[in-house]
Design a protein around this ligand. Structure first.
Ligand code: CA
Length: 688
């Protein structure tokens, strides 16, 4: 298994790319041309100039400040000595990869109102490169090919109907002249699909829906007719969901493209499919013919999904020896907490084991491939605690796989969450069909348990034995995506606002540098002119911020940046600005006095649950901005922000079309009430 070549620094050659396994031939070892580097999406680089023997000499080579202070989730790409990066609002910048000199910049001018449709921040997870073009997908649903030399658009196509709730946050993939892209919006009530476009012309080649539409209109293909057998009622009115918002992989020898699909829309199964059913192809791994888009096979990780358990987390292809047989496998650690190993030619389940403690299922029945569910997890209108939470045991933060160690490296979180269905669901009361309000005492109890028992770690997972080989525990949830290299190194950004390197075989920490922000994105590595670099985006935000506890406001955050490292790098970050050291949780100022009537607060709570909780957290805890800690200026500007769109450039679009001035004021009253409630509870604890 250990193939690491003992190469001297700088002697890396093209042929080394074979070390990373199949489907690597067209990609140069020194580049990182697609988000997962190669079509097998291993996020492994054979480069070993930086290795377990010298990583302590790693230093900052250069950095670039990023424009928008929101979640930076993108994996940069590198081709031919140029680094291409993408930020929130899909702004693309090309840099000289050796020194950070800006070569060009492209702003697709995404209309700011789309910020409201993005369930989990206005993020972009990456780009793709092929044959002199950089491919970009935008939040408002466009797919754009840019000339890699000039940054000028070559073609642009709209891939969604902008009258519905579609957005795109995932990276496009390009292979064999085709660009594949999915979309997001299952929280807004859309029908998911995947499309392929001609890389030269932008002409659409095929489209495959992930859930069936209205049978009266006829099914697009046999797979949709098959899927419709697993739905009941009139599901198509509510979209159905199943959006493929993040992960794809491609096997050129099998001619298959793999698609990871998302959660149901609405969340609660009986509100979208009253008679139950598996609801294909929610929460599934689906193999499609890469040329035609025809369905070949699927594996559904969560039949009848209703916990936001997406199977969109990154999929990795590798060849493993299991029970004495060479197997072509696909690996995934989706939100639901299991690690799956499938035969990628047939979809056969080879093995599945839990990577976290969980309550929703006790295992996978290997005879049927179905989870052994805990019936109590199928919630009603009274909140029940389920683990993992909607944040998942593993989310979009990519895992990586090393063919040298045979291990997968996974950013893991152990999470708990209150799930409940609203008493009076209708599409008008919110498209999600799940409730974030009511039964306060039960919710408080669950939140308390979740705070005390949630944790996170970096796991090295053996996919052959389905066991954990080592782990690095973190004090809090929220560490970043993972890179593994031929230098026996695993790189990861940490929730402790640092960037760290661990030995891939043992997990021993070899190097760590404070970087003033949390690199939640996945790092990459590349080589130019004989020098190996490691690059990562650092910028806290995104979906993980939603379900988290108070402690995040304790982070000391500098501006978001692209950071690039090399051996002997001597660049220095500027000192943190003084205001970064405001730590509300450690010395919170008293909140505004709560003066509103209980009726006003109750109305505000209901409206908050329907309009705000998705981004700002259940009961206003955490979220993209913790609204219990508003400054006097923010309180003053509350109506301007919520109705007037004053902060729309930062992703907070106007809600004037759905909220009246009185309703906005009720939400404001609820937030002031919540701030006082928690502030008083904290003072009470301190007094004990
Ligand atoms: Ca979701």
């Amino acid at each position: 298994m250990l193939l690491r070549p003992a190469l001297a620094a700088g002697l890396l050659i093209l042929g080394l790319s074979q070390a990373s396994g199949q489907s690597d031939a067209p990609v140069r070892a020194m580049d990182w041309q697609n988000t997962g580097r190669t079509h097998d999406e291993q996020r492994f680089s054979p480069l070993s100039q930086i290795n377990d023997g010298n990583v302590q000499d790693l230093g900052l080579a250069w950095y670039a400040d990023l424009t928008t202070d929101r979640g930076q989730e993108a994996t940069p790409i590198v081709a031919g000595g140029v680094l291409y990066n993408v930020e929130p609002w899909n702004i693309v910048t090309a840099y000289d990869a050796t020194n950070g000199r800006q070569l060009w910049r492209f702003d697709p001018q995404v209309p700011l109102r789309f910020g409201r449709l993005a369930c989990c921040d206005i993020v972009s997870r990456g780009l793709a490169y092929a044959d002199g073009k950089v491919f970009l997908a935008t939040l408002d649903g466009r797919l754009i090919a840019l000339d890699a030399d000039s940054g000028e658009p070559v073609w642009s196509v709209l891939t969604v109907d902008n009258s519905e709730g579609y957005t795109i946050t995932g990276a496009p993939r390009v292979f064999d002249g085709r660009v594949v892209i999915g979309n997001a919006g299952a929280e807004i009530g859309v029908r998911g699909y995947v499309s392929a476009y001609d890389a030269e012309s932008g002409a659409m080649l095929w489209r495959w829906y992930t859930v069936p539409g209205n049978p009266a209109l006829g099914f697009e293909n046999e797979a949709m007719a098959m899927a419709a057998e697993t739905w009941t009622g009139e599901w198509w009115h509510k979209g159905g969901g199943g959006t493929a918002w993040d992960s794809f992989a491609y096997d050129p020898a099998l001619g298959l493209v793999y698609v990871g699909t998302g959660n149901g829309s609405p969340w609660v199964r009986r509100y979208r499919s009253p008679g139950g059913g598996d609801n294909l192809f929610l929460a599934s791994i689906v193999a499609l013919d890469a040329e035609t888009g025809e369905y070949r096979w699927h594996y559904q990780t969560v039949p009848g999904e209703e916990w936001d358990y997406t199977a969109t987390q990154n999929m990795i292809l590798a060849d493993l020896v299991i029970d004495g047989r060479q197997r072509q496998v696909l690996m995934q650690a989706p939100k639901n907490g299991f690690f799956y190993v499938l035969d990628r030619a047939t979809g056969e389940l080879i093995s599945a084991e839990a990577i976290v403690p969980m309550t929703w299922a006790s295992g996978i029945d290997m005879a049927t491939g179905r989870p052994i569910e805990n019936p109590e997890a199928r919630y009603g209108t009274v909140p029940v605690m389920v683990s993992p939470s909607a944040g998942g045991a593993h989310n979009w933060n990519p895992m990586a796989f090393s063919p040298q160690t045979g291990l997968a490296y996974i950013p893991v979180t152990e999470t708990y969450m209150a799930y409940s269905a609203p008493e009076d669901y209708s599409p008008e009361t919110g498209p999600m069909g799940t409730s974030f309000t009511g039964h306060d005492e039960i919710r408080r109890e669950i939140a308390r348990y979740a705070d005390e028992n949630s944790r996170a770690w970096l796991a090295a997972w053996d996919p052959v034995t389905q066991t954990e080989r080592w782990r690095v525990p973190y004090a809090l949830k929220g560490s970043g995506g993972v890179l593994v290299t031929g230098g026996n190194l695993v790189f990861q950004g940490t929730i402790g606002t640092s960037f760290a390197a661990y030995r891939a075989d043992t997990g021993e920490k070899l190097w760590e540098m404070p970087v003033q922000n949390v690199p939640i994105a996945a790092p990459i590595t590349y080589m130019v002119d004989g020098v190996q670099y490691v690059a990562v985006n650092a910028g806290w935000g995104g979906g993980l911020a939603h379900v988290e506890r108070n402690a995040y406001s304790e982070l000391f955050l500098g501006p978001p940046r692209l950071l690039v490292f090399r051996l002997g790098g001597e660049a220095q970050l500027p000192p943190l600005p003084p205001e970064s050291f405001v730590v509300p949780e450690l010395s919170p100022p008293p909140p505004q006095p709560a003066t509103a009537s209980p009726e006003m607060v109750a109305l505000g709570e209901q409206l908050y649950g329907q309009n705000c909780a998705l981004c700002h957290g259940t009961a206003a805890r955490g979220g993209v901005k913790d609204l219990r800690h508003m400054s006097p200026e923010t309180h003053q500007a509350f109506a301007d922000i919520v109705l007037g769109g004053a902060l729309q450039a930062n992703g907070m679009a106007s809600f004037a079309d759905v909220l009246s001035a009185e309703q906005a004021e009720a939400i404001h009253a609820y937030l002031i009430f919540r701030a006082n409630e928690d502030w008083n509870a904290d003072r009470g604890r301190e007094a004990q």
